[in-house]
Design a protein around this ligand. Structure first.
Ligand SMILES: CCCC(=O)SCCNC(=O)CCNC(=O)[C@H](O)C(C)(C)COP(=O)(O)OP(=O)(O)OC[C@H]1O[C@@H](n2cnc3c(N)ncnc32)[C@H](O)[C@@H]1OP(=O)(O)O
Ligand SMILES: Nc1ncnc2c1ncn2[C@@H]1O[C@H](COP(=O)(O)OP(=O)(O)OP(=O)(O)O)[C@@H](O)[C@H]1O
Ligand SMILES: O=C(O)CCC(=O)C(=O)O
Ligand SMILES: [Fe+2]
Ligand SMILES: [Mg+2]
Length: 337
């Protein structure tokens, strides 16, 4: 099968419509406005607009992340929680959605429930959860990094389970750019919102400040005794002396971070399922790259062979095809992606 036919097959099996959800486009007139008073040519990771204070811009430029307290309302979080439970019970089955279980129970046939599913990924066709990616309060900040044409590329509701004792609830230190065949990296940003109080006990995000200034590092499965979740690649050699910051967050707090920022999350030592909702946004002006011959080739091979196995697609599908189907326009124009 040639690339185009394989891609169209993938489109069919994933049930995607292949067109951006126009209904999700939200006009937000203020965020794109540039004031000459805020023009700072020395900044390279943030754009000139009136949303971020000078202090906030400097913080993101220096550290590669920025926490905005209390950004998403309790009412919205309650709606996301309810919809996640409906998805787990499989009362609705939006096209493209993947429900993941922890590696320790992946091969059991436990019925999906909110105590079995550790992640709902690719919810772009679920209107209720996808509302997260269109919230004006989120997009207002996203635009500071992406500019006015905004694509929601990757969506996840992470339900970190109580650790089984094998430490498989950890997420190894990684850079999200490893998964993305589009550039430039400075036009990509992750929004990650805590759906409850999250600290070191239930496995908060851990970030290595400033690492967004480095390059994309090779990633592979960590050699963990207790096993590791499928596709949870980690960085093998990072600077052990780099400061590590544990992000303690309250319900509704949102962290925006750069796709080169090294981050992970620790084990969940509580009996609760720690919930966060996230979306990776990119400027629609970004372009796809071919990852063959780069350190990203291993994840491309893994994703493509999984697509072959699960959906029967063959030959010629690339990482780029997979991302084209996932991406949805949320504001402005779908230029390239
Ligand atoms: C910024 C980006 C950061 C990230 O995205 S990190 C993580 C990215 N992860 C992904 O993209 C995973 C996407 N999910 C998927 O591909 C599927 O949901 C997934 C995990 C394969 C499960 O698909 P299902 O349709 O449910 O199929 P299945 O249950 O038959 O599983 C297929 C094979 O995968 C295995 N599996 C499932 N969950 C696993 C886990 N947590 N750890 C290790 N292996 C796991 C499962 O045992 C099965 O293997 P086998 O074929 O029986 O040998
Ligand atoms: N020694 C290590 N080598 C590599 N990665 C590590 C190491 N220790 C922790 N990590 C990773 O760093 C991130 C956060 O670790 P963190 O130390 O917060 O959690 P933890 O080890 O589960 O629990 P604890 O709070 O007891 O240290 C996770 O991604 C974890 O996998
Ligand atoms: O544990 C988390 O919520 C972080 C997960 C993460 O970094 C990822 O999926 O890329
Ligand atoms: Fe990540
Ligand atoms: Mg530790």
């Amino acid at each position: 099968m040639d690339g185009a036919r394989a891609a169209s097959r993938l489109r069919v099996v994933l049930g995607h419509l292949g067109c951006p959800s126009a209904g999700a486009v939200i006009a937000h007139p203020t965020a794109g406005a540039v004031s000459s008073a805020s023009f700072h040519p020395q900044f390279q990771y943030t754009l000139d607009n009136n949303v971020l204070s000078l202090e906030q811009r400097k913080f993101y430029e220096e550290n590669g992340f920025l926490v905005i307290k209390n950004l998403v309302s309790d009412a919205d979080i309650e709606r996301f929680r309810n919809e996640f439970e409906r998805l787990c019970r499989q009362e609705v089955k939006p096209a493209g959605l993947m429900l993941m279980k922890d590696v320790t129970i992946a091969k059991t046939d436990l019925a999906p429930s909110e105590r079995v599913i550790t992640k709902a990924q690719d919810f772009q066709e679920d209107e209720e959860l996808f509302r997260y990616c269109t919230l004006p309060e989120i997009l207002k900040y996203v635009e500071c990094f992406t500019g006015p044409n905004i694509m929601a590329m990757h969506t996840m509701l992470i339900n970190k389970p109580p650790d089984s004792g094998k430490k498989t609830s950890r997420h190894p230190l990684h850079q999200d750019l490893h998964y993305f065949p589009f550039r430039p990296s400075n036009s990509i940003v992750c929004a990650w919102t805590a759906m409850e109080h999250i600290d070191r006990n239930n496995g908060c995000l851990v970030v290595l400040p400033g690492t967004h200034k480095g390059t994309l590092k090779p990633h592979d499965y960590p050699q963990w005794e207790g096993g590791v979740n499928i596709m949870f690649h980690g960085i093998q050699d990072y600077d052990e002396n780099n400061a590590r910051v544990h992000l303690v967050m309250e319900k509704g707090d949102t962290v925006f971070f750069h796709p080169l920022l090294i981050h992970g999350s620790g084990q969940n030592r509580t009996q609760g399922f720690r919930k966060a909702i996230s979306c990776h946004f990119a400027s629609a002006n970004c372009h796809y790259i071919d990852v063959k011959g780069t350190s990203q080739e291993n994840i491309e091979n893994e994703i493509v062979s999984l697509a072959e196995k699960l959906y029967g697609v063959k030959d010629g599908v690339s990482l780029k095809d997979v991302w084209r189907f996932r991406g949805r326009l949320v504001k402005g124009q779908r230029v390239n992606l």
